[in-house]
Design a protein around this ligand. Sequence first.
Ligand SMILES: [Zn+2]
Length: 292
Amino acid sequence: MARTAASTARQLLAASFSGMVFGFLEDGGQEFKQSYSSSDGSSQENEAMFDIEDDHEEAGEDEKDKKFWDNQNQILEATLCRTSSLETKIRSVTKETVKESGEAVCGCGKAASGCRSCLMREVSGRLCNAGYNSAICKSKWRSSPDIPSGEHTFLDVVDNSSSRKGEVRVIIELNFRAEFEMARASDEYNTLVQRLPEIFVGKVERLQNLIKILCSAAKKCMKEKKMHMGPWRKQKYMQAKWLGACKRTTSTPPLSMGQSDQLRPRPKASMLTVDLLGEMIPNIHCKVVAVL
Ligand SMILES: [Zn+2]
């Protein structure tokens, strides 16, 4: 059963990347109002901004929209410009590795150039060499009434060097901007996405904020365009990718033959159990209704 769900999700994901269009059976407006009953309570601000009415004839609606986008831009800027010295150092090793490796990194034979899994292994290895507890993380989540199941692979560094701050986890995503790009988005949304770094290196809290900002914006954008938003664009789906339970593979053994992104569980693998998904509220039923 789980396997079926996972393969369905893979199909969904593959479909989303090849430009297929999905929609909800339910009314889009209903989905819009419900999905803010989410997670941590800190989304009050965003929630308020989303409390807009359907009829755009109302005077001042354009002004409100403008205010929304100005505000998203401001909080995005504020989130991106803050950084700690730990993040800066990890970012610099990461960028250096990507720059030096260029398109050439692929030892698994899967791709002639630009193999994501090989590049991730290279970056993780370099971070380990630089003394960081870096790992390749594979998250995997089940489908729920809110979102389809799926999996995602990225990198992290767990830092325990500061006794004052305790354990700090820094997430590294090499294709961050692409995760939020939408084919038929509005100019406002595109502008926001263009401000994102291609390579994200930042603490969990920072990533949480960015997800919140971008998913709110995606929702607003789709509402303005009167289009349905794919479930993989939802805040909960994005959170599941990077912030849910994941398997960390800390060893970086020499590349084996074939099977590139099948990261086999290795002896050092451990589970991080951040159970964000436990809070899901089962009230939206989605289904694939249109394939184009
Ligand atoms: Zn490869």
